[in-house]
Design a protein around this ligand. Structure first.
Ligand code: SAM
Length: 252
């Protein structure tokens, strides 16, 4: 398994990834906004729009960190409920391997109103602590890149989704406009680690994030992986010229 440019064992990768996110947890939301100039919010908005949450549905937000997607899912389902006069409250579980990220999420002031709707569970994407066929939708945003055994995680996603459930994987990806590649490389290899140093006093973690993006499979290769795990109708939507991509599919 590769950790950035270094080859390490899967166990070592899990422990290092935990270390990275433990170290960035308290500044995580600020850094997300800074690094992407707030654009991650638009990508997340479009991801939830594609999922089309409905009243009464249950979402599992794997590697959910501080809970952005869960909150957006519940909000959007509530809008549908109001607009169409439908009954039922949507709910979400944020599942993350790192309790420091979950604590940072729970402590968010805008989460207080969601106490009864959003649950927080510590768990590994590769061995989800949930029964088969439990959820209507499953998201994982900027998380699959950190998982050592992606095939195992995808098979877990399929297991916990109900038949016909929707999967949305949002992840940094590869530029589709070659001319912008150089600009992007300069930004990611120089600016992001420097920002990490200044804002979070942690250059190494942000260096890791940049390198792991490079190592992640191209859009079409990851689509093959999602299909191989038993998802059908898998589509790819590129955001911002491929800086991020959404893979969306249906559990068989
Ligand atoms: N989804 C959130 C968002 O978009 O803001 C958080 C993304 S953050 C970049 C990646 C998260 O993945 C971290 O919170 C980290 O703890 C979590 N993570 C890493 N490996 C994991 C694993 N094997 N299982 C579950 N969560 C994991």
């Amino acid at each position: 398994v590769s950790f950035g440019f270094e080859e390490v064992s899967p166990e070592e990768k899990v422990s290092r990834v935990k270390g990275v996110f433990r170290s960035v947890a308290s500044r995580y939301d600020v850094m997300n906004d800074l690094m992407s100039a707030g654009v991650h919010r638009l990508w997340k908005h479009d991801t939830i729009a594609k999922l089309n949450p409905q009243p009464g549905e249950r979402l599992l937000d794997v590697a959910g960190g501080t809970g952005d997607l869960s909150k957006a899912f519940v909000d959007r389902a509530d809008k549908v409920a109001r607009r169409r006069g439908k009954a039922g409250e949507a709910s979400a579980i944020v599942c993350d391997i790192n309790d420091a990220m979950l604590d940072a999420g729970r402590a968010r002031s805008d989460m207080a109103a969601y106490d009864s709707r959003i649950g927080w569970v510590c768990g590994d994407a590769q061995a989800l602590p949930f029964e088969d066929r439990t959820f209507d939708a499953l998201t994982i945003a900027f998380g699959i890149r950190n998982v050592a055994d992606r095939a195992q995680a995808l098979s877990e996603f399929r297991r916990v989704l109900k038949p016909g459930g929707r999967l949305a994987v949002l992840e940094f990806s590869h530029m589709t406009v070659p001319m912008l590649q150089k600009l992007y490389d300069t930004y990611s290899f120089n600016v992001i680690p420097r920002m990490g140093e200044i804002v979070a006093s942690d250059r190494a973690s942000y260096q890791y994030l940049v390198e792991s993006i490079r190592k992640f499979p191209k859009q079409e290769d990851f689509r093959d992986e999602v299909e191989a795990a038993g998802f059908s109708g898998v589509s790819v939507t590129n955001f911002s010229g491929g800086i991020a991509a959404l893979h969306f599919g249906w559990a068989a």
